[in-house]
Ligand binder design. Structure first.
Ligand code: AMP
Ligand code: GLY
Length: 443
């Protein structure tokens, strides 16, 4: 990383870092942060069983909603930097609260998190700034929804306005299904998150994820990534949080990325500034590359999961400096991230039944792992009383590998997966098919 780290590190204290969240994303952040020599300890609230296998890491049991206890604990631990992983605490204003208590925080305040927690707000934000996105209508009654669905030439995408753990988006094939989706949302399927419905024109093209680390004014981009949202091979089955990812995404050439910067990233940051939103955190641009150019499908106010697990092993030990600089509004904007010259891929092992109902508590057996440029980040695990590793979530493990090319990356990842077993283990065998030689050649 060509941020001048020698000068930079003499001025800051980064001994004790806190990460909030309990998934593979937070474990991969902890893993890259602890690489820095200045860092003595990385605490996770609440983390998961895998957090404890990461060097310098310790889990803390505390309810983040108990504000007095939280502040007391963070002062006691002399926390120098806090990184907030998931969207819910961000949407609830945790970053604002911690900043008011004089902590350095990487993560936007409630105003910035609105990019994710209100889809209608984000769509109007894009419309006002002329940022390319699918046409949309926001409605709060079924009558209005029906009128728009009727008059549209083809079925529309139907979304709950608020947070719905990735389950609030419907892509119906018929107008009838559109009505039913709108009705179920407005009837309270997602509680208050469904008080408003956003109807969107259905657009087409491959999806890519772009991440900008922002300090309120300036930004730098992480390597791009592509994730695999559908549960089954050949992109069939229901949407999930993400079944695997690879980085960088060769689909985005430098020229194309420059176009995205000009048409999407810079206008987004300008618009945040216009609205007096001091955004200190990561903006996740979920993009679709359509025939008429890149369009924003969604913004998120956090790192993607599993994109984060995939990208972090490409970062060097100075990554934590970037997070700190963002938290302080100190980016120069010309920092170059010195990524490894390797590429990275991640396959998620899930519990049978995910993304719907699934059972947990099954012992996880891990055999002989090739750990050379491979990481296993726990996504949903716990320990039994006897210290045995157990499944404890829909997404259980993130198997991440790096190598010279994607064929080698996924060969290693799948070889390692053969060494991992638990009752009901499921994963896609075609993660990275777009970048593996001759995969699906028959099609
Ligand atoms: P979101 O949570 O808004 O990212 O939506 C989840 C997924 O639904 C996206 O990753 C896309 O695959 C799909 N999607 C969302 N909006 C649209 C749209 N307007 N047209 C086509 N597909 C969409
Ligand atoms: N991988 C998609 C997400 O984090 O929302």
């Amino acid at each position: 990383m060509s941020i001048n780290s020698t000068n930079y590190k003499s001025n800051i204290r980064l001994e004790n870092i806190l990460i909030i969240g309990n998934g593979g994303r937070e474990n991969s952040l902890a893993w890259v942060i602890q690489k820095n020599q200045l860092v003595k300890k990385v605490y996770l609230i609440p983390g998961n069983a895998g957090s404890e296998r990461i060097n310098k890491c310790e889990r803390i049991k505390i309810d983040i909603n108990n504000k007095n206890e939280l502040i007391g604990k963070l002062n006691f631990l002399k926390i120098d930097l806090i990184v907030i992983g998931p969207e819910i605490p961000l949407a609830n204003g945790l970053a604002d609260f911690l900043r008011k208590n004089d902590f350095k925080v990487f993560g936007p305040g409630k105003d910035g998190a609105r990019l994710e927690y209100s889809k209608s707000w984000a769509k109007e934000f894009m419309q006002d700034a002329n940022i390319p996105t699918a046409n949309f209508w926001k409605v709060n009654t079924l009558e209005e929804a029906k009128k728009i669905i009727h008059s549209s030439p083809s079925p529309l995408v139907v979304k709950a306005d608020g947070l719905a753990s990735g389950k609030g988006v419907f892509i119906p094939d018929s107008k009838d299904e559109c009505f039913r989706a709108a009705e179920s949302i407005l009837n309270g399927k997602f509680g208050e998150s469904g008080n408003m419905v956003v109807l969107e024109e259905k657009i087409q093209g491959p999806e890519v994820s772009v991440f900008a680390l922002c300090d309120g004014e300036r930004y730098i981009l992480l390597p791009t990534a592509q994730d695999h949202k559908r549960l089954n091979e050949k992109d069939k089955g229901p949407n999930t949080g993400g079944m695997g990812a690879y980085s960088p995404a060769p689909l985005l050439t430098e020229d194309y990325l420059n176009r995205i910067i000009k048409e999407i990233i810079e206008p987004t940051i300008d618009q945040l500034n216009k609205k007096n939103i001091d955004y200190k955190g990561v903006i996740y641009f979920g993009l679709m590359i359509t025939k008429s150019g890149p369009k924003v499908i969604e913004y998120n106010c956090r790192f993607g999961d599993p994109e984060c697990q995939t990208i972090m092993p490409l970062m060097d030990q100075n990554f934590v400096f970037l997070l700190e600089k963002c938290s302080m509004g100190n980016l120069n904007g010309d920092e170059k991230i010195n990524t490894s010259d390797k590429v990275s891929g991640c396959v998620i092992a899930t519990s049978r039944g995910y993304p719907f109902e699934y059972k947990t508590g099954f012992p996880i057996k891990i055999g002989k792992i090739d750990s050379n440029d491979c990481q296993i980040f726990d996504s949903g695990t716990s320990l039994s009383k006897d210290g045995e590793l157990l499944t404890d979530g829909g997404r259980v493990l993130s198997i991440v590998c790096q190598d010279k090319n994607f064929d080698m990356v996924f060969e290693k990842a799948y070889k390692n997966l053969k060494e991992i077993n638990f009752d009901g283990i499921y994963y896609r065998n075609d993660i990275g098919n777009q970048v593996r030689k001759n995969f699906y050649k028959e099609n």
